[in-house]
Design a protein around this ligand. Structure first.
Ligand code: HEM
Length: 489
């Protein structure tokens, strides 16, 4: 008797779960959903990019997957991406609030803030402050150039030898954003920079890894001592470092004379007083960490990919150097304006960004209201995964979608052209707010280093492996570069 009641109960639970895991009416299609597991078995938790592509071939550019019981819509290809991110930008501008990354950042930063006035105010503040500190003006260029000099010194010490550039590029990108945020650059062996870069490098890898997918799919495991707890510890370590810096700033700042981003925020706090706004000292900690994180791993991984390709496509490296030599003849240093006279270099940098595919799945979005995409109905609050990879190598949109070829950005006259399919920074209201800074960094760093050095793939390094390591950001496998001073210097 007891056994049959239990069996009936089990069948009912199974039926409820089965019904719960059905796609709503007119929801984007996708593979059959298993109760509790959803479509988790359809994805490689280590690196789902190939699975996303396979599913796109079966279900089209807009399809859905259930991560456990949570429905998610995957957006692929330029047409669907543009409709969601730009045409219906505000409908798709939310951020989910119940993922692992939200817990990790304590819902205080900017990148993962939900669409609304608090996000808008902080985004505006960041854009305005970056502008005031010289984005578009010369002072930001000077900051970048100062840092490049340290990179040049590091490379000079390695002339004739080989060097793994990973830490060097991470430190350079980190220092540029640290100068903006905290008004300080750190020696490459400084504990602050070592700890912060280490924590973030670890966190990006764990965050897109299998344990986090399980965390997001199965809330029951949230409190278990599994590998994702390492991320929380790392965030705490970084928070404490920033709290120390803010304390220091409060002691030394002169009201109304901001030296950096933190000072500007403290001024803003004074200005706002108790106006009930979302600005607070607590918020500043995660906000600064967000900007540091967003500005470090992305830029440095793009540079790492760039130099891997430039070494292994020496004819492209030489053509860049030829153009740089011609345009900069008689000049001490490159300026960002020189890009207008360097169509080939511009094409190479954009092609590096396309092939690097640095943020392959963008940052998760969610719908802010019931909406439609390519004819499908998507309810409010649905998790959206913008598959930027599918745009950056979309067949039919690029001359050479699957090879490293700067011709993708050059027209028949050799002029630089930027197709609208170029979306490494995403598009629409949530588009990367550091695009201007990143583009300036990539140009000045690549041009300055290529002008001075020749980068050679070491003879004993074997065949180059271009397969990236998967994470929130993609990066090349560790490699070494051989450095020579160029004859023209
Ligand atoms: C090559 C370098 C970079 C790439 C490829 C990149 C790419 C991206 C992408 C794909 C997003 C997600 C956009 C979306 O959700 O639709 C993003 C957001 C963001 N990026 Fe970048 N980024 C780069 C550099 C930077 C830098 C240097 C900063 C520093 C200021 C920065 C700050 C941010 C911020 C704050 C957001 C969140 C914006 C929001 O949610 O409103 N990024 N970035």
């Amino acid at each position: 008797m007891f056994a049959s009641i239990f069996l009936i109960w089990l069948c009912l639970v199974f039926l409820v779960l089965l019904l719960k895991s059905q796609r709503p009416k007119n929801f984007p299609p996708g593979p059959p959903i298993l109760p509790i597991l959803g479509n988790i078995l359809h994805l490689s938790l280590e690196n789902p990019l190939k699975d996303f592509e396979r599913l796109r071939n079966t279900y089209g550019n807009v399809y859905s997957l259930f991560l456990g019981t949570r429905p998610a819509v995957i957006i692929n290809g330029m047409k669907a991406m543009k409709e969601a991110m730009v045409t219906k930008g505000t409908d798709f501008a939310g951020r989910p609030q119940d993922l692992f990354v939200n817990d990790a950042t304590q819902r205080k930063g900017l990148i993962l803030a939900d669409y609304g006035s608090s996000w808008r105010d902080h985004r505006r503040f960041a854009l305005a402050t970056l502008r005031n500190f010289g984005l578009g003006k010369h002072s930001m260029e000077e900051r970048i150039r100062t840092e490049i000099q340290y990179t040049v010194d590091t490379l000079e010490k390695s002339i004739g030898n080989t060097l793994n550039p990973q830490v060097m590029f991470h430190n350079a990108a980190s220092n540029i954003i640290c100068q903006v945020l905290f008004g300080t650059r750190y020696e490459y062996d400084d504990e602050f920079i070592k700890v912060i870069v280490q924590c973030f490098t670890e966190n990006t890898k764990i965050t897109n890894g299998p344990w986090t997918v399980l965390y997001d799919s199965f809330p029951i495991i949230h409190d278990l001592p599994l590998p994702f707890t390492k991320v929380l510890k790392n965030v705490e370590t970084c928070r404490n470092l920033v709290i120390g810096l803010i304390k220091e700033h409060k002691k030394t700042r002169v009201h109304g004379e901001p030296r950096d981003f933190v000072d500007c925020y403290l001024d803003e706090l004074n200005k706002r007083g108790d106006d009930g706004s979302s600005f607070s000292e607590e918020r500043l900690i995660m906000y600064a960490l967000d900007l540091h994180f967003a500005g470090t791993d992305t830029t440095s991984n793009t540079l790492l990919t760039g130099f891997l390709y430039l070494m292994t496509y020496p004819h492209i490296q030489e053509r860049c150097q030829q153009e740089i030599d011609e345009v900069l003849e008689g000049k001490d240093q490159a300026s960002f304006d020189d890009r207008h006279n360097m169509p080939y270099m511009q094409a190479v940098i954009h092609e590096v960004q396309r092939i690097a595919n640095t943020v392959p799945l963008s940052v998760p979005h969610c719908t802010t209201k019931d909406t439609e995409l390519m004819g499908y109905s998507i309810p409010r609050g649905t998790l959206i995964i913008p598959n930027l990879t599918s745009v950056l190598n979309e067949e039919g949109q690029w001359k050479f979608p699957n090879e490293f070829n700067p011709e993708n950005f050059l027209n028949d006259q050799g002029e630089f052209v930027k197709p609208e399919t170029f979306m490494p920074f995403s598009a629409g209201p949530r588009m990367c707010l550091g695009e201007g800074l990143a583009r300036m960094e990539l140009f000045l760093i690549m041009v300055t280093l290529l002008r001075k050095f020749k980068f050679i793939w070491p003879e004993d390094a074997g065949e180059p492996d271009y397969t990236p390591v998967y994470g929130v950001t993609l990066n090349p496998k560790p490699y070494r570069m051989k450095i020579q001073l160029r004859a023209t210097q």
